[in-house]
Design a protein around this ligand. Sequence first.
Ligand SMILES: [Zn+2]
Length: 234
Amino acid sequence: MRDDVQQLLSLQKIDQTIQSLNKELVKIPQQQEAAKERLANDTAAVAAAKKAYQENEVAIKNVELDIGTRKDTVTKLKNQQFETKKNEEYTRLGSEVTRYEEQIDEFETQELELMEVADQRKSDIATAEEALGKTQTLVDEEISGLEARATQFKEQLAEAESQRAQAADGLEEDLMDTYNRLYDKREGAAVAAVTRERSCKSCHVQVTPATYALAQSGAAISHCDNCGAILYPE
Ligand SMILES: [Zn+2]
C-alpha cells in the first residue's frame, strides 16, 4: 500500500471515531430531557394530591361557617325566647332552636368526616411526594451519569482531534481535498479495500483490471471507477 493511502486510512479511522463521538454527544442532551420528562407524572400526582387536600380544607371552612351562622341564629332565638311573654311564641321559638341545633349536629358530623378525609389527603400527599423523591433520585443519577459520559466523550474527541492533526500531517493538499469530499459523499468510506475479485468495498461494484492493477502497483492513487473511493489492495 502507498504510504499516503496508508496515512489516509489511519485518518479515516480517526474521522469515523470523531463522527461517532459527535453523534453520541448530540444524543446526550436529548437523553437528559427524556429522563426529566419521567418526573412529569410524579410531579403532577403531587400537585393533584395537594389540590384535593386544599379542596377538602375549603369544604371544612364552609361547614364551619354553616355551623357558626346557625349557632348565631340559635343565640338570637334563645334571646327572643327569653324575652317573649307569649306561650305559643315561646314554643315556636323552642322548636326553631331544636331544628337549628339538629342542623348543627349534622354539620358537626360532616366536619368530623371531612377531617378524617383531610388526614387521608395528607397521607396521599406524603405518598406522592415519596414517589416523586424516589424518581427524582433515579433521574438525578441518570442525568449525572449522562454528564459523566459526555465528559468522557469530549475527552476522547479532543484526543481524536489531536490525533487527526498528526495523522493528516504531510499529506498533499489536493489529496486531502479529494479525501474530505469523498468522506462526506461516501459516508465515511473514502478509502476502501479492493478485493481479489476486484470488488470495491465502498460501493461493492467491480473495478476494471487497470484500476485494480494500479491499486496493486501503487504507481499512482487508484480510484474506484464507480464511486471514486481511494483504493488499496485487500
Ligand atoms: Zn466503489
